[in-house]
Write a protein that binds this ligand. Structure first.
Ligand SMILES: [Zn+2]
Length: 185
C-alpha cells in the first residue's frame, strides 16, 4: 500500500519534473505552511512588515537578515534563497478571473491576471509583467544553463524565471513561484 502511494505520487509529480519549470525544485518547501486565506491585499495584515506598500515604487534596501525576521520561512526561502515551489501547489496557477498579482514580500504590483495563461507546467505563468519596470531580469547560471531569473524591482525578491516559449503577443513565459505572489481579485 505504501509503495502504491509512492508510485501514484511519482506519477503525479513526473510531468512537473520533466518540464523545465521555474528552476531547481530540490529542497522546495512544502506548501502546507502558507496562508491560503485570500483576502483583498489592502485588508490583509501586513502590520509586521513596515516595508509593505502597493503604491510606493521606491527601491528598498533591506538586508536578508531583516527580511528573515519579517517573512514566513516559506516565503523567505523562495524570495531570498532562490527557492522554487513544488509544481501544482499554488491555488491560482490557472486562474481565469480578474485581478492583480502583487509581490508577497513588499506589495509591489507585478502582473495583471489577464496576462496569466495555462502553461501546463504547474507554476503560475504570465506572458508579460504589469509594466516594463515591475520586475528585473537577472542572468542566472545556477542550473548550468543560460537562464534569466525574475526578481521584484522594488525589493529584489526572487520570483521565478522567464523563458522564450510563451504565447503571443510577447512569446515569453514568466514562470513564477506562487508563494511569492499575492492576488487581489
Ligand atoms: Zn517585492
Amino acid at each position: 500500500m505504501k509503495n502504491y502511494r509512492i508510485l501514484i505520487l511519482t506519477l503525479l509529480l513526473t510531468p512537473g519534473l520533466l518540464s523545465l519549470g521555474c528552476g531547481n525544485i530540490a529542497g522546495a518547501p512544502s506548501a502546507t505552511d502558507k496562508d491560503t486565506t485570500q483576502q483583498p491585499v489592502a485588508m490583509q495584515d501586513h502590520s509586521n512588515n513596515p516595508y509593505w506598500s502597493t503604491t510606493d515604487t521606491t527601491k528598498l534596501n533591506v538586508s536578508k537578515e531583516e527580511w528573515k525576521k519579517i517573512l514566513s520561512p516559506a516565503l523567505y526561502h523562495i524570495a531570498f534563497e532562490d527557492g522554487t515551489d513544488a509544481p501544482f501547489t499554488y491555488e491560482y496557477t490557472d486562474y481565469k478571473g480578474n485581478g492583480i498579482f502583487y509581490c508577497a514580500v513588499c506589495g509591489n504590483p507585478l502582473y495583471d491576471a489577464a496576462t496569466e495563461f495555462h502553461s501546463g507546467t504547474g507554476w503560475p505563468s504570465f506572458y508579460q509583467p504589469l509594466t516594463s519596470t515591475s520586475v528585473d531580469h537577472v542572468s542566472d547560471g545556477s542550473l548550468g544553463m543560460a537562464l534569466t531569473a525574475i526578481s521584484c524591482s522594488r525589493c529584489g525578491a526572487h520570483l521565478g524565471h522567464v523563458f522564450d516559449d510563451g504565447p503571443k503577443p510577447t512569446g515569453l513565459r514568466y514562470c513564477m513561484d506562487g508563494t511569492a505572489l499575492v492576488l487581489e481579485k
